[in-house]
Design a protein around this ligand. Structure first.
Ligand code: NAD
Ligand code: MG
Length: 397
């Protein structure tokens, strides 16, 4: 059997690196066709030298020239191309079997959709792409016959706990609810008044997972769980009311499915993204991921609690956006991206993130989304307003 050809979008990120770690364990099964990176050119160069892809994709022409020269000097034949069209090209290339969509944020939407439209096996880490364009994204999957497999550990767990024919509808396969677990992040027990002054470093110090900065802040605000709630609605054709968020600080149960007969199926494992990545890469087979076996005796206990919406207003905002549908999740996602970036640059405080998203969501009624242009227009309106809020609130601090 020829090895599968893989494109890794966002190869220099946390998910990209974990993906390449798994791929490197199975050279007989997988070959890297293309890698993309946005800013860390040295890291991308090292990955190219190790995996020898046909293409490397970078942000712009100067970066492409620089990487092309240094790769050529090292004897590599990798062709360096740049820009969004190039990302779409390596995502949809006829020689590619599987695309890991691991760019962070809205920047990943077009390339991920290109992979979907080309009918690839798409491993979806880039939850923002699905959140911002849910209906269109799922229509594109249905139309092309792409195989969409969730990489988010919770959704991968739910996928593993659902029967193979769940697309008939959750009611038809006896599902009562989906229980979406959340660690609660680094501020689960921080006194509320101290949240006013927490720093980006504190927000990014996740107790269980090592991840990129944006998703780390999202985990601290629990917007990550809000985005995941919307993601789960699309992936499993669930209503927001069918999904309950459960705080489980150990991050060992990655989510659960509750059936009408009282059975609850869960997927457990050490908090290491190589497990869902390996699962999706090899699905429906199983391969070694490099993750250590779960030691239940060392764990000894598993805890659960209900989320506190006063502490985590972003979770409520996301649930409301999920219920509204249409442009609301698009605007939620865009406002969140702007606010998180401003927090990381110390322009606003942590608690102002939710306030900005609330202002943006309240600015207009949600409308149905019928085309990608409408998605990008809503995204852009939300970004402009969120940025105005950042500027005002930054001055007010
Ligand atoms: P990261 O910040 O570590 O990596 C992001 C990648 O995207 C990098 O390769 C970067 O070069 C690229 N990128 C950034 N901006 C870009 C742009 N404008 N254009 C093109 N490429 C760009 O992020 P991560 O933690 O690996 O997360 C990636 C995605 O996976 C996110 O959507 C995140 O929500 C999701 N996810 C991550 C984890 C995790 O454990 N890290 C878990 C579940 C889901
Ligand atoms: Mg997750």
């Amino acid at each position: 059997m020829n090895p599968q050809q893989i494109t890794v979008l966002g190869a220099t990120g946390s998910i990209g690196i974990s993906t390449l770690d798994v791929i490197a364990r199975h050279p007989d099964r997988y070959q890297v066709f293309a890698l993309s990176g946005h800013s860390r050119l040295d890291e991308l160069q090292a990955l190219c030298l190790q995996h020898q892809p046909v293409f490397a994709v970078v942000a712009d022409s100067p970066s492409a020239k620089r990487l092309q020269a240094s790769l050529a000097a090292a004897g590599s034949k990798t062709d360096v191309i740049f820009g969004e069209d190039a990302l779409c090209q390596v995502a949809a290339h006829p020689e590619v079997d599987t695309v890991m969509a691991a760019i962070v944020g809205a920047a990943g939407l077009r390339p991920t959709l290109a992979a979907v439209e080309a009918g690839k096996k798409v491993l979806l880490a880039n939850k923002e792409a699905l959140v911002m364009s849910g209906a269109l994204f799922m229509q594109a999957v249905a139309k092309s016959g792409a195989v969409l497999l969730p990489i988010d550990s919770e959704h991968n767990a739910i996928f593993q706990c659902l029967p193979g024919d769940y697309s008939r509808g959750l009611e038809h396969v006896g599902v009562r609810r989906i229980l979406l677990t959340a660690s609660g992040g680094p501020f689960r027990q921080t006194p509320l008044d101290q949240l006013l002054t927490v720093t980006p470093e504190q927000a990014c110090a996740h107790p269980n997972w090592s991840m990129g900065q944006k998703i780390s802040v999202d985990s601290a605000s629990m917007m990550n769980k809000g985005l995941e709630l919307i993601e789960a609605c699309w992936l499993f054709d669930a209503k927001p009311a069918q999904i309950e968020v459960v705080i489980h600080p150990q991050s060992v149960i990655h989510s659960l499915v509750d059936y009408v007969d009282g059975s609850v199926l869960a997927q457990l494992g050490n908090p290491d993204m190589r497990t869902p990545i390996s699962h999706a890469l090899a699905w429906p087979e199983r391969i070694d991921s490099g993750v250590a076996a779960l030691d239940l005796f060392a764990l000894a206990r598993l805890d659960f609690e209900a989320p506190d919406e006063q502490r985590f207003p972003c979770l409520r905002l996301a649930r409301e956006a999920a219920e509204q549908g249409g442009t609301a999740p698009t605007m939620l996602n865009a406002a969140n991206e702007v606010a998180v970036s401003a927090f990381l640059q110390r322009q606003i405080s942590f608690v102002q993130i939710a306030g900005i998203i609330d202002t943006v969501l309240s600015s207009e009624a949600s409308t149905a989304v019928t085309c990608l242009e409408a998605v990008f227009a809503a995204d852009s309106r939300a970004r402009t307003l969120a940025q105005q809020c950042v500027n005002q609130r930054g001055e007010a601090r």
